[in-house]
Design a protein around this ligand. Structure first.
Ligand SMILES: Nc1ncnc2c1ncn2[C@@H]1O[C@H](COP(=O)(O)OP(=O)(O)OP(=O)(O)O)[C@@H](O)[C@H]1O
Ligand SMILES: [Mg+2]
Length: 258
């Protein structure tokens, strides 16, 4: 079953079509990757799904529901969570508190109730904390719960972002370059985490430049170039697709050998 369906999606910034006429389906339970050169429109596509930008033309549906007009917070509530290409953690807050921000979209009183220390919020707080600690344990990050998040190494900060996304209790998780800036050991670890997330029943939509990871982990790969989808298929099909090699994989190979 399609959990996410983009139909002829276009996003124009003035005269630039950052995303152009893209059709894409993410099947429930799969790991689908979106690849392509810098500036191809990958992050913009995530921003369209999560309501940060409105689509210029076309439609995106999530579990059969058209997302048109939904704001980011409502989209989170519907069950889509994401991490950002540039880590966005609250700098003065602990790891646990950062993750709790994700959970508040599922509580009755929300974050303002928690901040105002309403009695019902205090009651909910214990439950929130328990669920957030479970997410941190899942990512092997529970031992850092009381650390200030931005003091952690970069790779661990990415995991905190993932924990916060999972704390919103999503069905679909969008990861924008989760392995960027990581060394090979950290990348291996991130790959394991993504597999583990997938095995736990979340659908994963991944943007990633590390082709080893993409080809190993994905059920399906879609390729953007200058906003257009130039290919879609199984990892092995994408790896030998002439157009993809010319637009992107060839360049990746040259960079790896440089
Ligand atoms: N808010 C915006 N206003 C104007 N142009 C934008 C905006 N956001 C993105 N763009 C442009 O849209 C194009 C696609 O950008 P996008 O960030 O989606 O690329 P990307 O595929 O994620 O690239 P990277 O791999 O470098 O992250 C680029 O030309 C970018 O400059
Ligand atoms: Mg990007």
């Amino acid at each position: 079953m399609a959990i996410l369906e983009a139909r002829k999606v276009t996003k124009a910034f003035g005269g630039l079509k950052a995303v152009s006429n893209v059709d894409l389906i993410v099947e429930e339970g799969q790991i689908v990757s979106l690849i392509g050169p810098n500036g191809a429109g990958k992050t913009t596509f995530f921003n369209l799904i999560t309501g940060i930008y409105d689509v210029t033309e076309g439609s995106i549906t999530f579990m059969g529901k058209p997302l048109k007009g939904y704001k980011p917070y409502d989209i989170t509530k519907l069950g889509i969570a994401r991490t950002f290409q540039n880590i966005r953690l609250f700098s003065s807050m602990t790891v646990l508190d950062n993750v709790k921000v994700g959970q508040y979209c599922r509580t009755k009183t929300g974050i303002w109730g928690a901040l105002a220390k309403l009695p019902i919020a205090r009651f909910e707080e214990k439950e929130v904390e328990k669920k957030c600690m479970e997410k941190l344990e899942f990512l092997g990050m529970d031992k850092y719960a009381d650390e200030i998040a931005v003091n952690l190494p970069y790779g661990d900060q990415r995991k905190v972002e993932i924990a916060r996304a999972l704390a919103t209790e999503p069905k679909l998780l969008l990861l924008d370059e989760p392995a960027a800036g990581m060394n090979s050991t950290e990348k291996e670890n991130m790959m394991k985490i993504i597999r583990q997330i997938s095995d736990s029943g979340y659908t994963v939509f991944l943007i990633e430049h590390d082709m080893k990871m993409v080809m190993k982990i994905s059920d399906k790969v879609a390729v953007l170039d200058h906003g257009e989808k130039i290919a879609e298929g199984l990892p092995e099909e994408i790896q030998r697709n002439e157009r993809v090699i010319a637009a992107y994989l060839g360049q990746q190979g040259r960079e790896a050998n440089a």
